[in-house]
Design a protein around this ligand. Structure first.
Ligand code: SAM
Length: 311
């Protein structure tokens, strides 16, 4: 198993396959990828996955940009899921094209999806996504994904003061009614201006207190020490609270792959990537593995170091 110099095991890979997206969400961090020189082919992605599996990484999440704008998305999923030793392939998507793809994705080996939906109000949805895509398309995508067994489905909701904070109860009911998990995410200061962050960031302490009162069970996941609240009414809510959270960083188990074949040790930094494209072009599995090992060596717990630097 891969273990970094802070004792953190690395068990999953977040694969960004494109920087293109059909929405322009006001808060989007684009997975910390400012630009990409190319998009890896399904075969190249499969090679990275093969090497990663050999090193003990078993779970893969496809992200972007918007993964479903790639016309070969079904091939990408199949290329990953068909590698020996892969335990789970999941995807995070904005859901706008999911109704069309859900069945083919499930057949190709996708196990589950996170669907980003930050509002159920058409006007707020338009404002957040800066698009005219009908919100109803996303709801249809969620229903199609559930119908085709892509579950447990998670609804990703980035909580923002002044934009959607008041909608949390409505969203909780929406997710509960579909047997989906509501994932409440704190806004991260990546890809947004300082002004935007200061205006819209809201810590989830109050939300956690309210959830704790309504919960019959609270489970702490190994990944990021995320808490999952199982509510008495059947709702399930997971909290993602990275901001200045040293515990979050110390329990991060991910490495990231950019669309152009760089390994990215941390969402928050783009200055310490390892370019594995040369190893991929060379075609040598051992060189790809070496690059992964090097990227793991470069992992630093971002907020842990920030805190110790401040004192
Ligand atoms: N287009 C896909 C989607 O919408 O899920 C995949 C890419 S998107 C960058 C992946 C996830 O990151 C989404 O759930 C999105 O809400 C979340 N996200 C993006 N920017 C964020 C930010 N600044 N803070 C917290 N979460 C963010």
């Amino acid at each position: 198993m891969l273990i970094d110099s802070y004792g953190r095991p690395v068990t999953s890979m977040r694969i960004s396959i494109t920087t293109s997206c059909n929405l322009r969400c006001v808060y989007c961090h684009r997975e910390g990828v400012s630009s990409a020189a190319r998009e890896l082919t399904p075969e190249e992605i499969a090679r990275v996955v093969e090497a990663a599996v050999d090193l003990g990484i078993a779970k893969f999440k496809i992200t972007g940009g918007e993964p479903l704008v790639r016309s070969d998305i079904v091939d990408v999923v199949e290329a990953i899921s068909s590698q020996r030793g892969v335990k789970e392939v999941s995807m995070t998507t904005n859901g706008t094209l999911l109704a069309e793809y859900a069945q083919d994705l499930a057949r190709a080996g996708l196990r589950r999806v996170n669907v980003s939906l930050d509002s159920l109000d058409p006007e707020t949805y338009k404002l957040i996504t800066r698009s005219t895509y009908p919100l109803q398309k996303v709801v249809e995508g969620i229903d199609a994904a559930i119908e085709h067994g892509l579950s447990p489905l998670k609804v990703n909701f980035v909580v923002m003061a002044g934009l959607n904070y008041e909608e949390i109860p409505h969203m909780l009911e929406f997710a509960r009614s579909r047997g989906a998990v509501l994932q409440l995410i704190e806004l991260e200061p990546v890809g947004v201006s300082r002004d935007f962050f200061e205006k819209h960031f809201v810590p989830l302490d109050e939300v956690e207190k309210a959830l704790a009162q309504r919960a019959e069970k609270i489970v702490t996941r190994a990944l990021h020490r995320r808490r999952v609240y199982y509510l008495r009414n059947g709702g399930v809510v997971e909290l993602v609270r990275p901001f200045h959270n040293t515990e979050f960083c110390m329990n991060c188990r991910r490495i990231r792959l950019t669309p152009d074949g760089r390994l990215k040790p941390c969402l928050m930094r783009e200055d310490n990537c390892v370019d594995l494209y040369p190893a991929l072009s060379e075609g040598s599995l051992s060189s790809v593995k070496k690059a992964i090992v090097e990227a793991v060596k470069r992992r630093r717990p971002f907020y842990q170091l920030r805190r110790s630097e401040v004192g």
